[in-house]
Design a protein around this ligand. Structure first.
Ligand code: CP
Ligand code: NVA
Length: 338
């Protein structure tokens, strides 16, 4: 059987995949979700060993990779930052060579995009980026699957991301949306606009797909007529010293009922990659309330619990989409030309 375009390929950043390939992964995730819901086995990775490397904390990504691997018949092995030598006592190159000789696929979540790229270069097995400071590509397949489930398609959807416009999730949404033909709007203060090179590359993809891109600090302009409102934490992992400045800077970009009204769309859905600061039920939440008098940050509790909210469907979809990514790149599947 002829190898598919996916077989043996890593998933490091969205730009490495075409529109048709990303759309295939979204559709395949939907199919695998159906199989799972109907109790139909899908052991495409029987007997494979999967390494899960985590330098940063994770609930969804770790759980999704673990359960997806098991559903596919593979064995996942969690290797946390204090369990292995990666980068501390052993170079990424050497670690990659060792892991590649024992594991059939590697997930990596950490700080540096270069590290995940090196793992792919030197391990010789598919490597999946479970989030770096720059990109969060596996999240994208789940996010656009959730959009597709709600609207029947992703192309032409008006998608506004409000908040920190230059973090990993914002970067990934802008580029993925532009490739897929989604009208992406990044709504953030100017100082948190995405880097120029990312905007330029997104504009290049948009030219091809027909997506209309807006990068603006004007909330009314950015969210008007949006089908999807999306936000992420104001302070990403590794930037915990920035709470004070971000709270001040990003308050006008909070998803609250005023912003929902400004979107002015009865079919609106709200997404958040999670975890979210929508109340004071967390250690950070309590600390921020004591230090800065805020009980919610990027999204209000009212909106988080509203009829528009889809963040928990989106979280579940991490599992189905990660399954699709692993099966397509590591399994011996028949995939017609995409
Ligand atoms: N959305 C996301 O990546 O969640 P975790 O950090 O819990 O993996
Ligand atoms: N931007 C966030 C995403 C968490 C899933 C972070 O990097 O912490």
């Amino acid at each position: 059987m002829k190898k598919s375009v996916f077989q043996g390929k890593s998933f490091l950043a969205e730009k490495d995949y075409t529109k048709a390939e990303l759309q295939y992964l979204i559709d395949f995730s939907e199919h695998l979700k159906n199989l799972k819901k109907n109790g139909i086995p899908h052991h495409y990775l029987e007997g494979k060993n999967i390494a899960l490397l985590f330098e940063k904390a994770s609930t969804r990504t770790r759980s999704a990779f673990t359960t997806a691997a098991i559903d596919l018949g593979a064995h996942p092995e969690y290797l946390g930052k204090d369990d292995i030598q990666l980068g501390k006592k052993e170079s990424v190159e050497d670690t990659a060579k060792v892991l590649g000789s024992m594991f059939d696929g590697i997930e990596f979540r950490g700080f540096s995009q270069q590290a995940v790229e090196q793992l792919a270069e030197f391990s010789g097995v598919p490597v999946w980026n479970g989030l770096t400071d720059e990109w969060h590509p596996t999240q994208m397949i789940a996010d656009f699957l959730t959009v597709q489930e709600n609207f029947g398609h992703v192309e032409g959807i008006n998608f506004a991301y409000a908040g920190d416009g230059r973090n990993n999730v914002a970067n990934s949404l802008l580029v993925t949306g532009a490739i897929l033909g989604v009208n992406m709007r990044i709504v953030s203060p100017k100082s948190l606009f995405p880097a120029e090179e990312i905007v330029k590359s997104a504009q290049g993809y948009a030219k091809k797909s027909g997506a209309q891109l807006i990068i603006t600090d004007d909330v009314s302009e950015g969210v008007k007529g949006a089908d999807v409102l999306y936000t992420d934490v104001w302070v990403s992992m590794g930037e915990e010293d920035k709470f004070e400045e971000r709270i001040k800077l990003l308050k006008p970009y909070q998803i609250n009922m005023d912003m929902v009204k400004k979107a002015n769309n009865d079919d609106l859905i709200i997404l958040h990659c999670l975890p979210a600061f929508h109340d004071t039920e967390t250690v950070y939440g309590k600390e921020m309330s004591t230090r800065f008098g805020v009980s919610e940050m990027e999204i209000t509790d009212e909106v988080f619990r509203s009829k528009y909210a889809r963040q928990f469907d989106q979280a579940e979809n991490r599992m189905h989409s990660i399954k699709a990514i692993m099966a397509a790149t590591l399994g011996n599947l028949f995939i017609p030309k995409v």
